[in-house]
Design a protein around this ligand. Structure first.
Ligand SMILES: Nc1ncnc2c1ncn2[C@@H]1O[C@H](COP(=O)(O)OP(=O)(O)OP(=O)(O)O)[C@@H](O)[C@H]1O
Ligand SMILES: [Mg+2]
Length: 263
């Protein structure tokens, strides 16, 4: 498998704290790679470096062979990387549909919500807007968001907001999707649906997925490979079972090599 996303030797410090020390990973098309580790291990910092929010002091980040390190977040997004956030980042006062449409901003040539209203339905701007709306409708169907399509996102239950955020990321038609704790705060039924959607996003749409998740059962069911971080360093990698039972991982989570990582 050729790597779609390649991350090498990331180093970043905040003040005296080394948040990442030599972290690297590769992700191939169609692969699901999970990033695990205790609180403060550096998982979200890896995402922030890849998506251009943080600039690492050294290291390399490539998408499809192209160097993206140092690009602004919107340029990284244009290279094919979309993400969700540990703390949901949506426009709370806008509807589900409008949040997804805003995920299409990468592709906009003429500006949203303009063409049809102002210039009539046959202008290039209106045709472009229709294409964006069609894509958004596909995602709303796929994620089963019809019932909440017109509701303000800020009024939706937490689990549904997380699905809307996944939809906004999908609306960007990424090659690589970074999901930061997508199942956190979800109930069992929501987690079940989410697992199936992530599988479909990977297998049907061919999108490579990098997943941060504390729920080891969820990780075990989904991930092809797992990388464990602790104090900004990679301490283990392999299959979910290999990583879950790795002594350094057990020690990192529980301070003892003999206990089992929470299932
Ligand atoms: N902008 C920042 N300024 C200062 N320190 C930061 C910043 N971002 C991250 N850190 C520090 O880097 C370390 C890694 O944080 P990070 O958020 O990546 O952890 P995490 O593995 O995502 O943890 P969690 O599971 O709690 O989300 C922590 O010590 C954190 O305090
Ligand atoms: Mg985090």
């Amino acid at each position: 498998m050729t790597a779609l996303l390649e991350v090498e030797a990331l180093e970043i410090s905040f003040g005296g704290v080394k948040a990442l020390h030599g972290v690297g990973l590769t992700l191939a098309t169609g692969e699901i790679l999970a990033l695990i580790g205790p609180n403060g291990a550096g998982k979200t910092t890896v995402f922030n470096c890849i998506s251009g929010l943080y600039r690492p002091q050294s290291g390399q980040i490539r998408v499809a062979g192209r160097d993206i390190l140092g690009l602004k977040p919107h340029r990284v997004a244009a290279s094919g990387i979309a993400r969700t956030f540990q703390n949901i980042e949506l426009f709370r006062h806008l509807s589900t549909v409008d949040n997804l449409l805003l995920g299409r901003h990468l592709y906009l040539k003429t500006g949203l919500f303009s063409g049809m209203a102002l210039l009539g339905p046959w202008t290039p701007a209106a045709k472009e807007e229709m294409r964006h709306r069609e894509k958004v409708e596909e995602i709303i169907d796929f994620l089963d968001l019809q019932a909440v399509r017109s509701q303000r996102v800020g009024n939706l239950p937490y689990g549904t907001q997380k699905v809307v955020e996944l939809g906004r990321a999908l609306a960007m038609e990424p090659k690589v999707l970074l999901l930061d704790e997508p199942a956190a705060g979800m109930n069992l039924e929501e987690k079940h649906d989410l697992r199936i959607w992530i599988e479909d996003i990977s297998k049907l749409f061919g999108i490579a997925i990098l997943l941060i998740e504390h729920d080891m059962q969820f990780v075990g069911e989904l991930a092809d490979r797992v990388i464990a971080l602790n104090y900004g360093e990679c301490i283990a990698q392999g299959t979910p079972d290999e990583v879950r039972s790795h002594p350094d991982v057990l020690r990192a989570y529980l301070g003892t090599p003999s206990a089992e990582v929470k299932q």
